[in-house]
Each structure stands twice: as structure tokens, then as C-alpha cells.
Ligand binder design. Sequence first.
Ligand code: NAD
Ligand code: TYD
Length: 350
Amino acid sequence: MKKRILITGGAGFIGSHVVRLFVTKYPDYEIVNLDALTYAGNLENLTDVATAPNYKFVKIDITDEKAINELFATTQFDGVIHLAAESHVDRSIKDPLAFIRTNIIGTVNLLNAAKEQWSGNYEGKRFYHISTDEVYGSLGEEGMFVETTPYDPRSPYSSSKASSDMLVRAYHHTYGMPVVISNCSNNYGANQFPEKLIPLSINNIKNNRPIPIYGKGENIRDWLWVNDHARAIDVIYHKAANGETYNIGGINEWKNIDLIHKLCEIMDKKLGREPGSSAKLITYVTDRAGHDLRYAIDSSKLKRELGWEPSLQFAEGLEKTVDWYLANEKWLENVTSGEYQNYYQRQYGK
Ligand code: NAD
Ligand code: TYD
């Protein structure tokens, strides 16, 4: 019997890379991509695998309990890799409820449906929940998040992800569900929706628009190439013990303003502009409410126990990312038309 795996949020940024990896690496698995196709979900991310014989797409909203239950009543799954989520901190500040519905209630709908289908027979089954380092809160200048760092989420987004992590653990402890969780740092790479720092800045530089830097630009993030996250998910899905948690990170901390200067240099070179011209677009804007200062993740447990480490240096990854956005103008045009204009207006006011 072929293994069948449900990947939720597969039309989004990280999910599309995970779907592609699983569809191409495991021809013996049937991959079902479940996605509601919100503003962040885009089937154009998956045109190269859309007709693969081991791939199927279903359009379902995970907040729709009935639709989720119907899917699980009619289709047997060996595993669930759950990425579907509302994922943008700024949006969570404006509309927390959307995050509660999808990230918390949607996750519980999936847990309940899997529990019902597997009904205590957990042999060969796995529910893998994809989470974020933001659940650990904000660091000062020293230290790193480890798997045992107490949760201290501070935005509606990170609080909703922290809640879902705890519910997933509760299903393990209470019902014996075979779960694993990973908490990853900031991802970058192809197909990221241009509301997040790197693709938003690439798009604005390309169009000679201001690059909005929140506060003084001194906040620090740890950046990981999205394909390396997908590789980590593959390793954890196949090798982790039930009930385990792994941190995933890039060992790659950057102050926002330094990162943007690096990006400006690359963009000047790629666009044949005078050195220093993109950096002139840097514009300091009002800080994000409750802006976490620093994230840094210690992923040594994942390296030690399962042998994963990042494959790509940041300079190379950033250049590949810029190349992808410049080569995929149509993609960028499609996702920045319509509703994006309204979002941009609401968030940045111009
Ligand atoms: P994304 O916003 O690009 O994609 C989310 C996907 O989920 C979209 O395809 C969207 O259509 C789908 N979705 C949203 N609500 C849904 C619903 N109610 N029902 C079904 N589908 C729905 O997000 P991403 O950046 O690819 O993040 C994927 C996962 O990884 C999330 O769980 C996020 O918390 C986590 N994560 C992201 C990062 C990052 O840097 N982007 C880092 C660590 C963890
Ligand atoms: P973002 O990409 O939204 O990821 P997260 O908030 O999940 O870390 O933001 C990354 C960092 O960049 C964060 O410190 C906020 C900052 N930022 C800006 O300075 N300007 C922007 O326009 C955006 C979107 C983010």
C-alpha cells in the first residue's frame, strides 16, 4: 500500500517547497495538498508538480470542521504535515481573530479528524506540526532559544502558534497521538509573499519605492533558506521519535538594517544601478507594536540527533532569492495586484 500524506498549507511559501520535495523525492507516496487558497496561497507555486501522478490538490478551509471531517472520513492518511496558518505578524496585530480561527481552531479540527480516523491504532502514523521560534518570545543581546526555553509569545501571531503547539502536545499526552513539532526561524527564498521583509524590499527596490524599516532597524532575526527548512521537515518527519520537538535555524543572525544594506548591494549589481542607489530608498517608519527585539535559535539537537544542518550560506541564498524574484516578474505582478494593493495601503499608508 502506498503511503498517503496530507500536507496542509501546501500552496503557501514554505508548504509549496515541502510539497515539491515530497512529490519528487518520494514517488511511492501520494501527496494530498490541502489549502484554502487565502491571499497567501497560490497554486502557481506548484505548476511544475501539478500533474505528477502522486500529487492531488483539495481546496478546503481548516476552520471548516465538517469539510475536514468529510475528507478524513473518505480518505485514509498515514501522516499529516501541518503548515496551513495565518503567518504574518503585522496582519495579526490588525486582525487577531483570523489567527485564532485558523491557527488554533483549524489545528484542533485536524487533530480531531486524525484522532478519529486513526482511532487509537497509531502504528506507522504521524501528525507533524510546523511551528515558529516566535513562540519563545524575544531575546536580549545574549542567548539562544533551545527546545526547553519556556514559551513567552508576545504577538497575536506567536500566541496563536504557541497555543496550537500546546494543543498538539496535549493530544500526545492525553490521547497518545504520535506527534512531532518543529520550531523554525525566519525563512527566505523563492515564492514568499511580498508582505514579509525580504520579498517586500526586493519588490520595492525594483520599483524604486521606499523600503520601510520599522523603528531603528536594530531588530535581529535568524534567517534560513526555505529549501533547507523543507529538508529539515523531511528528516524530522521520517526520523524523529514521537512526542519530540526540534528547533530549526540558520545560525545566521542579521540586524534588519544590515540585511537591507546587503540586499541593496545585490540589487544594485543585478539591476545595473549605481552602487549606493538602492540604499537611498531606505525609509525609517513607525515601529511595529510590541516588536520582538531578537530571535536566535539553537538547532544543535537536530544536528546531533538527526544529522541536519543548513546547506547554504546567506550571501549565496540571498542572491539566489533576488534572481528568482527578478526572473519571475509575472508571479510578482499576479500576487501584488488586487487585494495586495489594499493591504499595502492599510499597512504603509501609501
Ligand atoms: P504562508 O502565509 O506563505 O502560507 C500559508 C498557507 O496556508 C497558504 O497557502 C494559505 O492559503 C494557507 N491557509 C491559510 N489559512 C488557511 C485555512 N484556514 N485553511 C487552509 N489553508 C489555509 O506561510 P508560510 O510562511 O509558508 O508558513 C507556513 C508555516 O510555517 C506556518 O505554520 C508558519 O507559522 C510556519 N513558519 C513560518 C516561518 C516563516 O519564516 N515564514 C518560520 C517558521 C515557521
Ligand atoms: P517579517 O518578515 O514580517 O517576519 P517576522 O516579523 O515574523 O520576524 O519581519 C522581519 C523583520 O523585519 C521584523 O523585525 C520586522 C521587520 N520589518 C520591517 O522593518 N519592515 C517591513 O516592512 C517588514 C514587513 C518587516
